[in-house]
Design a protein around this ligand. Structure first.
Ligand code: AHR
Length: 544
């Protein structure tokens, strides 16, 4: 067992018990688990940082069926819709209380020319989506459709501007079009296109993955370009842009270092992208011959593959900690935010779907990845100001799926959706530091994962919520919880799990994985709170 304080990562040596457990997991042996084998000590007196709601951000890209067929079906569609937005998807997003949505990409953003997506629908040009399967799009979902959606959902828009193939003038005019209430030509054009009042746009990205699909640049060159583009992305009226630099590919700290040095406080935030993906090489799609990678399957995975993905997902902690160390050197007051504006699991596309559309299913494994990732972001909100899971509908680790073959089928909510909803109690709550002592499981010669992950927070009414995730595939764990200065009287909540970790929600069987009442929390005779976590489960309890 070892102690996981709130800032620890797990590079410690392994006691015999952990070694025994790892061997048992590797050999698929049943492990006898001691009662109360996990200890959680909670320190409410150390609570300080409020968890920004933007940690629960979403990402909507023109990719596959995320926008077209996912969010947008158009007002003339037979599919029930609200002003063109697919009704069941819209309602599910509304119920999720999405705080912020990033659009239009992703790689798509650096080939997107916003002028093509405004004005009368019949005049909008068609575009080839070069990044994602060469799909031809009709531009029917553009600036108005996105910003109106955000307004209707009550979420902040996060616009990704085009640096890779767009001009400074184009970006400057887009900001003016969206946010200026003057009588300038751009503001008048917006009015002519049906929107009188300027929208409020806070989050504005200056490029996306500029090291790759967004222009294949060096950090030095990008930093110079950032300065040039960002200065013309103006604040109009009382609209204040939060300008975000295109950040590192995963663990590339040099990118962050150069941007911090050369851009510095000209940016409000810098992004980083990190996917829980294991790439085992290249494999071609048997039908089309298109290279599709060999990332493992969303639905059919071995125990080893389960642990591989969970372990990779946990490595996001080392990734952000290393970037934050670099940022601290240049910005010790933490005025510049780190935004994890793409994260999530990434597997092979589902068989029979377009390899360029990144459609994947989602199981209890993804629910666990969602929970442990949110747990990590919560720990560092003095620096991490936003995170956007990729992506909201029908792409990668989605919240929602719609049926390509039978689009009239009701949409399906994924296990990840349910985790986000269950975790809503932590949004804008004060993070409560805690120490966790638990066993570790060996994944391979270099990687070990803790059995349990957690978040503790106190909401505005002073009510404490504790989320606990049991990452152990085969064994329950009993968590003994001690809260400084508090005698627990009762604890109840919800659990997301299924007998089989491969369980998923599908069209026609949409409720295989969903939250149900949790009965595993008890206060013992000594007044200690004991929570029994079934194997591969996510639990949130309210403690009173
Ligand atoms: O989310 C899919 C793609 O992954 C995004 O378009 C890009 O930014 C990243 O490489």
């Amino acid at each position: 067992m070892k102690n996981q304080s709130n800032t620890n990562t797990f590079n410690i040596h392994y006691p015999m018990k952990k070694l025994f457990m790892s061997m048992a997991v590797a050999l698929m042996l049943p492990i006898s688990v001691l009662a109360q084998d996990v200890q959680l000590n909670v320190h409410p007196d150390q609570a300080k940082n409020v968890i920004p709601k933007e940690i629960y951000g979403q990402f909507a890209e023109h990719l596959g069926r995320c926008i077209y067929g996912g969010i947008w079906v158009g007002p003339d569609s037979n599919i029930p819709n609200v002003q063109g937005y697919r009704k069941d998807v819209f309602e599910a997003l509304k119920a999720l209380e999405v705080p912020v949505m990033r659009w239009p990409g992703g790689c798509f953003a650096d080939e997107y020319h916003w002028m093509d997506g405004v004005g009368p629908q019949e005049n909008r040009p068609r575009l080839v989506n070069n990044n994602w399967g060469g799909t031809v799009e009709d531009n029917s979902f553009g600036t108005h459709e996105f910003l109106n959606l955000c307004e209707m959902l009550g979420c902040e828009p996060y616009i990704s501007g085009n640096v890779g193939s767009g001009s400074v003038e184009e970006m400057a005019k887009w900001v003016e079009y969206m946010t200026s209430d003057t009588n300038s030509t751009m503001a008048e054009l917006r009015r002519k296109n049906g929107r009188d009042k300027a929208w409020k746009v806070k989050y504005f990205g200056v490029g996306n993955e500029s090291w790759g699909c967004g222009g294949d640049m060096t950090p030095e060159y990008y930093s110079d370009l950032y300065r040039r583009y960002a200065i013309y992305a103006r604040n109009y009226g009382d609209n204040r842009l939060y300008r975000i630099a295109s950040g590192a590919n995963s663990t590339d700290n040099n990118w962050t270092e150069v941007c911090m040095r050369k851009i510095g406080h000209r940016m409000n935030g810098i992004s980083v992208h990190f996917y829980a993906v294991r790439d085992w090489g290249t494999e071609n799609d048997p039908e089309t011959g298109i290279p599709m990678g060999k990332k493992g399957w969303a639905l059919t995975f071995t125990d080893q593959e389960y642990y591989n993905i969970v372990s990779k997902a946990l490595q996001i902690e080392d990734c952000v900690v290393d970037h934050m160390r670099v940022m601290d050197r240049f910005d010790p007051q933490k005025r510049i935010g780190l935004l994890v504006d793409e994260w999530g699991t990434w597997y092979n596309v589902e068989k029979g779907t377009n390899p360029g559309w990144l459609y994947q299913q989602s199981t209890v494994r993804d629910a666990i990845v969602a929970a442990l990732s949110l747990d990590i972001f919560h720990k560092y909100t003095d620096r991490i100001k936003m995170a956007n899971i990729a992506q909201v509908v029908n792409v990668l680790q989605s919240m929602i799926l719609t049926n390509e073959k039978n689009p009239m089928d009701p949409c399906v909510l994924t296990p990840t959706y349910h985790v986000f909803k269950m975790y809503n109690v932590h949004k804008e709550a004060t993070y409560v530091p805690s120490d966790l002592v638990c066993n570790y499981i060996s994944v391979n010669a270099k990687e070990q994962i803790p059995t349990v992950s957690r978040t503790v927070s106190c909401d505005k009414n002073g009510v404490m919520h504790i989320s606990l995730t049991n990452m152990d595939l085969n064994n329950q764990h009993v968590v003994a919880i001690n809260i400084d200065g508090m005698k627990v009287k009762s604890a109840e909540g919800e659990i997301i799990t299924a007998p089989d970790v491969h369980a998923f929600n599908d069209f026609g069987k949409a409720d295989e994985v969903k939250p149900v009442a949790f009965k595993g929390a008890k206060v013992d005779k000594k007044g200690q709170l004991l929570v029994t976590l079934p194997a591969h489960s996510v639990v949130t309890i309210t403690v009173k």
